[in-house]
Write a protein that binds this ligand. Structure first.
Ligand code: DGT
Ligand code: CA
Ligand code: CA
Ligand code: ZN
Length: 575
């Protein structure tokens, strides 16, 4: 389990306590503990192994005891008792954006509602807007949010799914007889939400690895288990399919279980015309039982007369034709990224100093970073006013001169205010090296007003990049409405790049929208939006969305050398 799993259980306890009407200091204690774990730099389990959890600020004896239970059982007494007393369905209500525990408490107490369906019926019947403190607008919002939750159908955001899959993989790698394990399915393809996890194991002796999966503490329920496949559901609700295959067919099995189904269908149709058959056991000539390829995916594609198709492109579109002509786009990988252009420090809501962030970036092999703290409109993040930003620019200049082996560019994530104005002194924006402009408020403007707002910001000529351009929260809030193509066209005209924000809650732009913007001539920037040194790792998700969009290196500013970067960024002088 990772830190988020622990934090989730603790914050659910806090929320359920609030619904129940518990002592507010006890609620606060669980909230603080959840927060402390979420922002912890280390895996919580390494702290558990090293001894004393109470050394973590915000975690006392009582909560530490609950945490040990969560480690062993995936849940704890407090959580179980609250669910028994209240109702597990309330946890679904808590997933509704904009409905905190306080309002759910009212709904629960006044109307005795404990699940989504009952809430939906009540909202449709107008019984929610009749409650004091609720209006017609809230009621409407509840209905759209429920519709969206249903549509999401329990799919898990990619970053979370991947973290869970990697943790399972690590734990199973050491099991007797296991030669290798790969994460397959939609996670490998980088799909932004994931239905279930698929693990593929190469082994001559499958029993131990099936047993090991069944016995992991994360597992809540074994759904099926046999020689070739085990399916389980974890305490966090995620379902996992593990398949064990013999090492000689690992490549073809990995290909099969990576999907997508659409890619397979198109591939089979093509193979059939060539008198070939594909299955999880390999590529076969019609009527023969020995495969002509099975060990690796590369061999499999070669046997079909195709160039290797990376998982991110396997969608059943034009990738097979392109591979046949050897015309596949060249995809970037993590090694092409020379710098990160979105990160926060202790000056605002980050956990590490400018120097710590730069050092961590240098360790990752980067040539440059841009520091992009918030402007003052983001009060919850302690955003900077002009004086603080001016001082920070100076400090960055000093630190940049001092540090070896990496360039530190002075940047900012400036808020785009409601009317499209930038939340910072224009002189200072013109002085710094890199301006990410983002929307963090007033998400509900009309489509026209939001389009005008973004275009106005671009037309200032002061911004280098639009940050997290749709504003959606993965598995949460949808993006704000605006004319995407019109804003992209304006950005292209002004040389303003579009961000692929890799932070785990966003993936914004995603692969689909990035591809659309690419066709309109846009340039891109990958950003981790890190709030800690560990947060820099999120760049991998931006890279993966760029791969899904098949963006060429030349369209991505992070792939430039540090020397070439400043000249490539559109600055006020250009307009
Ligand atoms: P998900 O889990 O909904 O995010 O998407 P996937 O692609 O991971 O789908 P999943 O878990 O049902 O299956 C994993 C892969 O296994 C899938 O991408 C292709 C392969 N596969 C599974 N069942 C079938 C099937 O009935 N037909 C074909 N052609 N492939 C299948
Ligand atoms: Ca899957
Ligand atoms: Ca599956
Ligand atoms: Zn932001």
């Amino acid at each position: 389990m990772d830190n988020r799993d622990y934090a989730r259980v603790l914050s659910e306890i806090a929320d359920l306590m609030q619904i129940k009407g518990a002592n507010r200091f006890r609620i606060r204690a669980f909230e603080n503990a959840a927060r402390a774990i979420e922002t912890l730099e280390l895996p919580l389990e390494s702290v558990i192994d090293d001894g004393d959890l109470t050394t973590i600020k915000g975690i006392g004896e009582g909560i530490a005891a609950q945490i040990y239970q969560i480690r062993d059982q995936g849940t704890c007494d407090q959580h179980r008792e609250l669910i028994d007393e209240l109702d597990a369905g309330l946890l679904d209500l808590l997933k509704i954006q904009g409905l905190g525990p306080k309002r759910i408490k009212t709904i629960y107490q006044e109307l005795d509602i404990t699940d989504l369906q009952a809430l939906e019926q009540a909202a449709e019947a107008g019984r929610i807007s009749a409650l004091s403190g609720f209006g017609a607008k809230t009621e409407e919002k509840i209905l759209t949010e429920i519709a969206r939750l249903k549509e999401g159908g329990g799919r898990v955001p990619l970053p979370r799914a991947k973290a869970v899959a990697q943790s399972l993989r690590r734990q199973l790698l050491g099991v007797d007889g296991v030669q290798s394990i790969e994460i397959a399915g939609s996670v490998r393809r980088g799909r932004e939400t994931v239905g279930d996890l698929d693990l593929l194991v190469a082994t001559d002796d499958p029993d131990p690895v099936h047993a090991a999966l069944r016995e992991l503490t994360e597992v809540a329920e074994v759904l099926a288990s046999g020689q070739s496949k085990t399916s389980v559901r974890l305490h966090n609700g995620i379902q996992v399919d593990l398949r064990a295959v013999e090492p000689p067919i690992f490549g073809s099995a990995l290909h099969y279980f990576t999907g997508s189904k659409e890619h397979h269908v198109a591939l089979r149709t093509r193979a059939k015309r060539q008198g070939l058959k594909i299955s999880e056991y390999g590529v076969f000539r019609e009527g023969q039982s020995e495969p002509i390829a099975s060990g690796t995916e590369e061999e499999l594609y070669a046997a079909l007369g195709l160039a290797y198709i990376p998982p991110e492109l396997r969608r059943g579109g034009d990738e097979i034709d392109l591979a046949a002509e050897d015309n596949l786009p060249q995809l970037i990988d993590a090694g092409d990224v020379r710098g990160d252009l979105h990160m926060h420090t202790t000056e605002t809501d980050g956990k590490a100093s400018i120097t710590e962030m730069a050092q961590a970036a240098r360790e990752r092999g980067y040539q440059f970073v841009a520091i992009t703290d918030h402007s003052q409109a983001v009060t919850v993040a302690n955003g900077m006013n002009a004086d603080r930003f001016a001082a920070q620019i100076e400090e960055i200049r000093r630190l940049d001169a001092d540090i070896d082996g990496i360039r530190i560019f002075a940047g900012i994530e400036v808020d785009i205010l409601k009317e499209g104005d930038l939340d910072m002194d224009h002189q200072l924006l013109a002085q710094c090296d890199w301006v990410v402009a983002s929307v963090h408020s007033h998400f509900n403007l009309s489509k026209q007003a939001m389009t005008d707002r973004l275009i106005k910001a671009v037309e200032t000529g002061l911004i280098s990049c639009l940050g997290h351009p749709t504003g959606r929260i993965l598995g949460g809030r949808g993006g704000y409405e605006y004319d995407f193509d019109a804003v992209v066209d304006c950005a292209v005209e002004y040389g303003v790049a579009l961000e692929l924000n890799g932070s785990t809650g966003r993936l914004d732009l995603n692969g689909e929208l990035a591809a659309r913007a690419h066709h309109r001539g846009a340039r891109f920037v990958l950003g981790s939006d890190a709030h800690s040194t560990r947060g820099l790792e999120a760049i991998c998700f931006a890279v993966q969305q760029a791969r899904r969009a098949a963006l060429p290196r030349e369209a991505i500013l992070n792939c430039l050398d540090a020397d070439a970067f400043p000249a490539a960024v559109t600055r006020p002088a250009a307009h």
